[in-house]
Design a protein around this ligand. Structure first.
Ligand code: ADP
Ligand code: UDP
Length: 242
């Protein structure tokens, strides 16, 4: 592809414009950050893994009629996606207690939640991405009540679809973060990425952590674990029953 203007460079990805005003190119970087940017490093081949994993999961979600921004993989670390007007909310779905939930509840790490828990965080690095209520979202006019209803339903459906996808690959989908935006027709679409950077994955047999927590908590074998997740995504799906 030809040289394109950079639209945005974030912590994990760079966005470039393309010839089509409704399409952007998303390049995944090997750079890794944690604790709101306080911990920094690189994970070799992370860009490749996150591009491949996200592409496969978006294709899979589309087959369940979940609208995503994904268009095409154009290189090892790049995909084209529909340009969205992002809603500045991080939507977190949890199946098992881990991470920041442990500080805000009596749950111990590993507690299976009776129902999937939906949480919202304001996407604002300067404020440290604080948790925000549904009422707070509406009061700050981050999106409309109808948008919030739609994206909540899409997040829970994404969880149901991905939970069973990973279960068949012997992985527990502990929790994950999604971002949504609106396309040029105003329709709500799932954007950003779905990868070991944005999900917690535990091996279903050993409970071994297979995601960015290996980087966050200095558990070692970081690159190897990202690659193992990539391989499991592409594992033959013998148990597919749907
Ligand atoms: P951050 O901005 O948190 O540092 P990234 O490095 O992942 O994160 O940057 C990617 C940025 O692109 C995010 O701000 C995300 O909201 C935004 N984004 C994701 N998908 C799209 C899309 N389809 N259209 C426009 N922006 C998007
Ligand atoms: N997450 C993310 N980006 C963020 C914050 C969280 O992708 O800026 C993901 C994280 O990887 C985990 C889920 O969202 O899968 C829930 O994260 P949590 O609230 O437990 O926060 P953290 O552990 O990052 O403090």
């Amino acid at each position: 592809m030809e040289t394109r203007n950079k639209l945005y460079e974030g912590k994990a990805k760079i966005l470039f414009e393309t010839d089509d005003p409704n399409v952007i190119l998303q390049r995944f970087k090997d750079d890794a950050t944690a604790f709101n940017g306080k911990k920094r490093g690189t994970i070799a081949n992370k860009g490749y893994v996150n591009n491949q994993v996200s592409a496969h999961l978006y294709r899979y979600l589309s087959s369940y009629f979940i609208p995503t921004h994904f268009l095409d993989v154009v290189s090892d670390t790049e995909m084209t996606v529909v340009k969205l007007e992002m809603i500045p909310i991080e939507v977190v779905v949890r199946n098992i207690a881990a991470g920041s939930l442990l500080k805000r509840s009596d749950h111990k790490e590993g507690d299976v939640l009776p129902v999937p828990l939906l949480e919202f965080f304001l996407k604002d690095d300067d404020k440290g991405d604080p948790q925000i209520s549904r009422e707070g979202i509406l009061e700050q006019e981050l999106c409309t009540a109808e948008d919030l209803e739609i994206l909540s339903r899409l997040a829970l459906k994404t969880n149901a679809v991905l939970k069973s996808f990973w279960q068949r690959r012997n992985i527990k989908l502990v929790d994950f973060k999604l971002e949504f935006g609106k396309n040029h027709e105003g329709k709500i679409v799932l954007g950003d990425e779905i990868s070991p950077d944005t999900c917690r994955f535990w091996d279903a047999t050993t409970d071994e952590k297979m995601d960015k927590d290996r980087f966050r908590q200095d558990l070692g074998q970081v690159e190897e674990t990202y690659e193992a997740i990539r391989r499991r995504v592409f594992m033959e799906d013998h148990l597919e029953t749907e």
